[in-house]
Design a binder for this molecule. Structure first.
Ligand code: GNR
Ligand code: NI
Length: 173
């Protein structure tokens, strides 16, 4: 178990297109466990491997709907096979790699995703609400996309500038 450092924008590594995982083995489960610890420590409701510098198509989500009850869900090589085209939702998103910045992002309200679970077993999940938003936010990370990339360049640059300042202030502490 380990808490890993989270990369922040504009770290170029966050723009990496992550590679598919070959096999879900103990080494990968170790990474998933560490990602889980890192997500709870942050705290956040999701984390993609690239946020801790590992360019693999792996993510963990725990919406923490029930207080004090942990329910991490692991997604290896996730693929969105369907998104709603009419039904769009707007959510005030944040990101651990863009700390303390929030903005409304429009995304399909529903999606269906195929993936391998913690044990390498193929699964399919039909998601709506926060789960659908979070899944799409995390899957964007696997393709090197941050939520600020969905905003105007003015808003994006402003947020990146604020993050730089924040990170600089933190390291000066
Ligand atoms: O903790 C997080 N909260 C969140 C809120 C709205 C939409 C997406 C998210 S994911 C974010 C954690 C994170 O940065 N995951 O990549
Ligand atoms: Ni994020």
């Amino acid at each position: 178990m380990a808490i890993l450092p989270i990369l922040t924008a504009p770290d170029p590594r966050l723009k990496t297109v992550s590679s598919p995982v070959d096999t879900v083995d103990d080494k990968l489960r170790q990474l998933m466990d560490d990602m889980c610890d890192t997500m709870y420590d942050a705290p956040g409701i999701g984390l993609a491997a690239i946020q801790v510098g590992v360019a693999k198509r792996v993510l963990v989500i725990d919406l923490q709907e029930e207080e004090g009850v942990r329910n991490p869900q692991f997604f290896v090589n996730p693929q969105i096979i369907w998104t709603s085209s009419e039904d769009i939702s707007v959510y005030n998103e944040g990101c651990l790699s863009v700390p303390e910045q929030y903005a409304e992002v429009e995304r399909p309200a529903e999606c269906i995703v195929q993936y391998l679970d913690y044990h390498g077993k193929p699964q399919e999940l039909s998601a709506h609400g926060l789960m659908a938003t979070c899944l799409q936010h995390e899957m964007d990370h696997l393709d090197g996309i941050l939520f600020v990339d969905h905003l105007s360049s003015i808003k994006r640059n402003m947020m990146i500038r604020k993050v730089k300042k924040l990170v600089k202030a933190r390291t000066a502490e």
